[in-house]
Design a protein around this ligand. Structure first.
Ligand SMILES: *[C@@H]1O[C@H](CO)[C@@H](O)[C@H](O)[C@H]1NC(C)=O
Ligand SMILES: *[C@@H]1O[C@H](CO)[C@@H](O)[C@H](O)[C@H]1NC(C)=O
Ligand SMILES: *[C@@H]1O[C@H](CO)[C@@H](O)[C@H](O)[C@H]1NC(C)=O
Ligand SMILES: *[C@@H]1O[C@H](CO)[C@@H](O)[C@H](O)[C@H]1NC(C)=O
Ligand SMILES: *[C@@H]1O[C@H](CO)[C@@H](O)[C@H](O)[C@H]1NC(C)=O
Ligand SMILES: *[C@@H]1O[C@H](CO)[C@@H](O)[C@H](O)[C@H]1NC(C)=O
Ligand SMILES: *[C@@H]1O[C@H](CO)[C@@H](O)[C@H](O)[C@H]1NC(C)=O
Ligand SMILES: *[C@@H]1O[C@H](CO)[C@@H](O)[C@H](O)[C@H]1NC(C)=O
Ligand SMILES: *[C@@H]1O[C@H](CO)[C@@H](O)[C@H](O)[C@H]1NC(C)=O
Length: 641
């Protein structure tokens, strides 16, 4: 299959030649797409949510998401997270007393271990507190918000939780979410109460004799679908109130949920533009508020993530996600209804289940291995996971997106970005080339040559990596093997071999004004390519941090580590080293266990099988595009029980 595709492709003529313009205008590129979210499965109460979030499958899923390149995912939105807080009793004044221990334990895992910031959605019923006291609901909400924030401030300090985000009740107009049966009026009262609670938390403290103003915490909301006024009165009513007086509006960032009917990026952006245009037309006063979109790509608003769709299994979903980000970037830069776009987030951090391991809307494919004792979970990173990692490598300034026509209705998008001083040394350049998602292998292949002027320094190096059908597609490998419910060790390794980006080309650039020529003729459609160029004086790779070894099952571990944010742009790959402890407890020599793997993301699944044990010592280091290595991480020992 693959071979014939290549032959076919090489016989095809080059259809077009793109040459980059010399000096594009760059504008700031905040990485606004780094949020993900999910809803835990099971009962929505304290016991249900705490058992879901403490399951080893959910925790491994989160561990894998956190093992994307630094900055790829910064925030995670987990519905009903606050149900982890347990209502104990009322004190003598009738004020609720809460037990935070399970919430704290989960936050420690998420925040300290995985370095992900939560998006706290103020939703839940906490053992019935809010429903039992309908008249005092505002009072209870204000108290709950204030108590929760103060508790976190006391545990972590104000600066450590400065990146946390706060949002009102998710999609309150939907019955399935509005568990308190809030009316338009009680919803307004609730939002105001949450606002007061946030403002009063961490209230005036004296610090070295001086008064300190509490940090202002922005509130996002109303996380609405904004369909008709009749069907979604709560969210529209809030906008109505805010339009009357933005100064007294309880929300600071207007959040909405828009999706595509068929999951295309164009539909999502069209829907968002149309909605914001409508909101601004009716409520012109809201033009000053930043806006954020939580994106789902499905038809059914609630249960849609689990509907299996072929395109969500393979590279097409990865390409769609990048395309969605590019469209939002374009809309943000254009002086239109999305100019105040603050962030978008992807509703794809769910845990998939049998028999839809790959086809549900998730970043990872999840296999429940029921035949082992005890059962365990195996995870595979889908191409959309690679896509999020690629986006993290973009610089902090971007040029306008360029389009290279393939035919009348298809074009390759080119997004150029840079970081560092302009024209001088210490520069970094990252460009994403994106073929249209519709251009699947079944369509006529169009081929281009891309020439990029890499004028950043005379001593530099470049690297190109790909997301491409078959070659970076564990789903394809699994289907070829007959889609077994329990893939064996051989197949699992084969699937993991194709779960990282494909290294296309890398090498030094010796002269200023060098050009790189990329010929896409050999690449099956649809594809995405990331080109990075680093000058020799760009900051060198730092030592990997927080090396962690987590058990997958007997004889298998998931190894992950944290990257330093300012030094991994020029990373080529990681090396994972291991020193085994034999049955006598004696260790042998260090072995490079990741030999032959292209590992540009900070994790490695080690499953030696009959070749050895996982007991022993681990260390990792990075290798950059100049072939220079970083210092080794700390050595961590792992022992199976
Ligand atoms: C590349 O860009 C630089 C600076 O923008 C320009 O001076 C140079 O002429 C360009 N080189 C080529 C080969 O186009
Ligand atoms: C909310 O309303 C629904 C439908 O009207 C009803 O079935 C449910 O019992 C109500 N829930 C509460 C907690 O009042
Ligand atoms: C979605 O796909 C269906 C079937 O391919 C098509 O009939 C429909 O027009 C599409 N809808 C949109 C909004 O593109
Ligand atoms: C999105 O809007 C543009 C311009 O209004 C239109 O040309 C295009 O067909 C729309 N696309 C979809 C998928 O609705
Ligand atoms: C919002 O406020 C503007 C100006 O203050 C007013 O013209 C407009 O009618 C208001 N919108 C609604 C729906 O009341
Ligand atoms: C494995 O067990 C889970 C939980 O009981 C079940 O949902 C799933 O369908 C099982 N998988 C297979 C392949 O039977
Ligand atoms: C890079 O270019 C500068 C200016 O042309 C020159 O001074 C320097 O020696 C060059 N470096 C190398 C390694 O060629
Ligand atoms: C593993 O599974 C693959 C595909 O299902 C099969 O071809 C192969 O023989 C199996 N290997 C072993 C060692 O069982
Ligand atoms: C790094 O080493 C590889 C393999 O030895 C070589 O192909 C590549 O050109 C080297 N890169 C640099 C920047 O020297």
């Amino acid at each position: 299959m693959l071979v014939s595709l290549f032959i076919l492709a090489t016989l095809t003529k080059i259809h077009g030649h793109y040459t980059s313009g010399d000096a594009p205008v760059y504008h700031p590129l905040p990485h606004f797409w780094t949020g993900v979210g999910f809803c835990p499965s099971g009962r929505i109460d304290h016991r249900g949510i705490s058992s879901a979030l403490s399951s080893s499958a959910v925790q491994m899923n989160l561990r894998q998401i956190a093992a994307l390149p630094v900055g790829a995912v910064t925030h995670i939105r987990i519905h009903w997270l606050l149900e982890l807080i347990h209502f104990l009793q009322y004190d003598s004044n009738g004020t609720p007393i809460y037990d935070f221990s399970e919430f704290d334990a989960f936050i420690d895992f998420l925040h300290d271990e995985l370095r992900l910031s939560p998006v706290i959605e103020w939703m839940g019923n906490l053992g019935g507190v809010f429903l039992e006291n309908p008249q005092q609901m505002p009072f209870y909400w204000e108290h709950f918000v204030k108590t929760t924030i103060n508790h976190q401030l006391a545990r972590h300090g104000s600066s450590k939780i400065a990146n946390w985000r706060y949002e009102t009740w998710n999609e309150p107009d939907l019955r399935s979410y509005n568990k308190l049966n809030m009316t338009a009026q009680s919803f307004l009262d609730y939002v105001q109460a949450v606002r007061r609670g946030l403002s009063k938390a961490g209230s005036l403290e004296t610090h070295e004799g001086k008064f300190q103003l509490p940090m202002y915490r922005a509130l996002r909301g109303p996380a609405g679908l904004f369909k008709s006024l009749q069907n979604h009165p709560l969210c529209w009513k809030l906008l109505d109130e805010c339009n009357k007086s933005v100064k007294y509006c309880p929300i600071d960032i207007l959040t909405f949920h828009r999706k595509g009917v068929n999951g295309t990026a164009t539909e999502i952006i069209n829907g968002s533009l149309a909605l914001m245009a409508k909101i601004y037309e009716e409520y012109p006063n809201l033009k000053t508020l930043p806006v954020a979109n939580d994106i789902r790509s499905e038809a059914d608003p609630v249960a849609g993530w689990n509907t299996p769709r072929e395109f969500q299994a393979d590279v097409r979903y990865g390409i769609t996600l990048i395309s969605t980000v590019m469209h939002h970037l374009q809309a943000k830069v254009a002086d239109g209804p999305l100019r105040r776009l603050e962030s978008i987030s992807h509703d794809n951090a769910f845990l998939s289940y049998h028999p839809y391991e790959f086809t549900q809307r998730t970043l990872l494919a999840h296999f429940q291995m029921n035949e082992t004792h005890p059962p365990h979970s195996q995870f595979f990173q889908k191409p959309v996971y690679i896509a999020l990692g690629m986006l993290a490598k973009l610089g902090n300034r971007a040029a306008n997106i360029e389009r290279v026509n393939m035919d009348a209705s298809h074009s390759v998008q080119v997004l150029r970005s840079v970081s560092g001083g302009s024209g001088g040394p210490g520069q970094y350049m990252a460009t994403i080339f994106l073929s249209p998602v519709e251009a699947g292998p079944q369509l006529t292949a169009f081929h281009h040559k891309y020439t990029l002027n890499m004028s950043i320094a005379n001593e530099s190096a470049f690297i190109t990596e790909l997301i491409v059908p078959y070659i970076t597609d564990p789903y394809y490998v699994w289907k070829q093997a007959g889609s077994p419910a329990y893939p064996n060790a051989t197949l699992r390794e084969a699937m993991r071999r194709v779960q990282t980006p494909k290294l296309h080309q890398t090498g030094p650039i010796w002269a200023y004004n060098s050009e790189v020529v990329i010929n896409s003729a050999n690449i099956p459609l649809p594809w995405a390519m990331l080109l990075r160029v680093c000058s020799a004086s760009w900051p060198k790779l730092r030592r990997p941090q927080q090396l962690a070894i987590a058990e997958v099952t007997h004889g298998e571990v998931f190894i992950s580590w944290m990257e330093h944010p300012k030094s991994t742009q020029c990373l080529l790959s990681y090396e994972v080293w291991f020193k085994e402890r034999d049955s006598q407890g004696l260790s042998v020599d260090w072995v490079l266990i990741s030999n032959d793997w292209h590992l540009p993301y900070p994790s490695f699944h080690y499953a030696p099988g009959d070749r050895g044990s996982v007991n022993g010592f681990y260390k990792v280091r990075g290798v950059d595009v100049f072939n220079a290595t970083s210092p080794f991480s700390q050595i961590v020992e792992y022992m199976e029980l």
